[in-house]
Design a protein around this ligand. Structure first.
Ligand code: AFP
Length: 308
């Protein structure tokens, strides 16, 4: 059996199940906080920005603390990386074999208007034969995201498949055990208002082609929601580099890698516009490195690579 390109055994399977259970529990708690709190107060700015320059809201801090509190006591985990922490956090378990990375609350600028947010996470296994190195996204052994919306859902990609759970009666119940992305969709998802600023004009040509082919546009502004719709209904999602965000806006480690892993296992495509498959981008020196991202059904991706 394999996860991504990574061979696994029973011990590793148990390790990953244990870590995923901790993440599930954290997502349940975050969901509870969002559902039981005044969302307007959760959106209150902390009057500080994170290392990527994004404004930190109260809920970003709360979700971050919940995840770190739950994960740092797990002896399997050596290191933790979060969007809200400047540096990697080392646990007390130097012999731990895993690095867990997450964006605690993606789309938090949408929390006050009660629009979908979510937690994105990924688990890397250190390469023991290479002095605890991680090469790239192919070291991922599991990844996923939650959606805090009308219902709370969890998508988990492990064991070479993508499964969908819904929080019903305080437990995550399986509602789809093998998600596959449609070969083609009817939607494209991109922040069109930035088109004048896109430095790679292939996106302009491609979007015009989609319009001619009667595609509809969708843009929530939460990666979890826009990528989830693309995964389930098919189509094309991209956040290209632009004159304000020269390397793109999406963070490689805890946003782009996990979605690239999920899309690959579900039969979809990912790219940074230059490298096919985001998992092949080398592990970043800076944990907050940004990247252009494309997540797509195979047909729309073919259109992209044939665009000049
Ligand atoms: P927030 O977490 O600050 O709401 O940012 C969300 C995000 O990083 C990603 O989830 C969206 O796809 C993207 O920003 C939306 O960016 P624009 O506001 O430029 O459309």
């Amino acid at each position: 059996m394999e996860r991504g390109n990574h061979n696994i055994n029973n011990i590793e399977n148990n390790d990953i199940t244990q870590i995923l259970n901790i993440i599930k529990s954290a997502c349940r708690t975050i969901s509870y906080v969002i559902k039981m709190s005044n969302n307007i107060s959760l959106s209150k700015s902390k009057n500080k920005t994170n290392v990527s320059g994004d404004v930190i809201n109260k809920i970003d801090d709360i979700a971050n603390e919940i995840l770190i509190y739950e994960l740092k006591h797990c002896p399997l985990i050596k290191n933790i990386a979060s969007e809200e922490e400047k540096y990697i956090i080392s646990t007390n378990y130097n012999n731990g074999k895993y690095l867990v990375c997450f964006d605690p609350l993606d789309g938090s600028s949408n929390i006050d208007i009660n629009i979908t947010t979510g937690t994105i996470f990924t688990i890397f296994k250190y390469d023991n034969d290479r002095d605890d190195k991680i090469n790239d996204g192919n070291n991922i052994v599991a990844s996923g995201y939650s959606l805090y919306s009308g219902s709370t859902q969890l998508i988990i990609c492990d064991n070479n498949k993508v499964s969908q759970y819904q929080l019903i009666d305080y437990t995550f119940q399986l509602i789809n055990d093998n998600i596959k992305i449609p070969i083609k969709g009817n939607f494209y998802s991109i922040n069109d208002s930035l088109s004048e600023k896109w430095t790679d004009k292939r996106y302009t040509t491609l979007i015009n082609e989609f319009k001619e082919d009667c595609y509809s546009t969708r843009w929530v502004g939460s990666l979890v929601a826009d990528a989830h719709r693309t995964l389930i209904k098919g189509g094309f999602f991209a956040y290209p580099e632009n004159t304000s965000n020269k390397e793109g806006k999406i963070r490689l480690l805890y946003e782009a890698y996990p979605f690239a892993h999920i899309f690959k296992i579900a039969g979809g495509k990912s790219s940074n516009g230059l490298i096919d498959n985001v998992l092949n981008i080398p592990f970043p020196k800076n944990i907050h490195q940004k990247t252009t991202i494309i997540l797509s059904s195979p047909e729309e991706y073919n259109k992209f690579i044939n665009t000049n």
